[in-house]
Ligand binder design. Structure first.
Ligand SMILES: [Zn+2]
Length: 157
């Protein structure tokens, strides 16, 4: 059929024109610093989040309920470090990681300036949006970008 012939010519032409652009777009970016470890283990049966996590391997989730709370791409360095070892006024030590966003968290309570681990920042408790588990803290300051710190033990690896 003439229509098919014409269509195939257009396809070829557009393929030639767009070839280099496509190749550029498809070329792999810089390799990640390190490959994520392949964690063995089967997802729990009847767990709808297990499937969701498989579709989004870069999601970081609540360890208690599996709700995705943030993503690898939101990892952030604050005061030159991604991870911080901190101690609260009750003497309890936490290892926390900083993230620029954590949409799966809900901030609770009023912002406090007392006992802030980051100078000039006020803090609020950050809870899992789904199960209410304490995930970490939200830090904000008028002039600077806000960020989340999530407790290592409360999130998936
Ligand atoms: Zn949760």
């Amino acid at each position: 059929m003439p229509t098919t012939g014409l269509a195939s010519i257009i396809w070829s032409a557009s393929g030639l024109l767009k070839g280099p652009e496509l190749q550029q777009a498809r070329s792999p970016g810089p390799a990640p610093d390190k490959a994520l470890p392949n964690i063995p283990g089967q997802p729990a049966p009847n767990d709808p989040d297990a499937e969701f996590e498989q579709r989004q391997p870069s999601a970081i989730s609540c360890r208690a309920c599996g709700q995705p709370v943030t993503n690898e791409r939101f990892r952030l360095q604050v005061e030159g470090q991604h991870g911080h070892r901190v101690t609260n006024p009750h003497g309890i030590e936490f290892l926390i990681l900083c993230f620029s966003q954590a949409d799966g968290c809900l901030n609770a309570g009023h912002p406090y300036r007392q006992h802030s681990w980051f100078k000039g920042y006020q803090w609020q408790i950050a809870l899992c949006r789904r199960c209410g588990a304490h995930m970490g803290w939200y830090f904000s300051q008028a002039e600077k970008d806000a960020f989340f710190t999530l407790i290592v033990d409360r999130i998936t690896d």
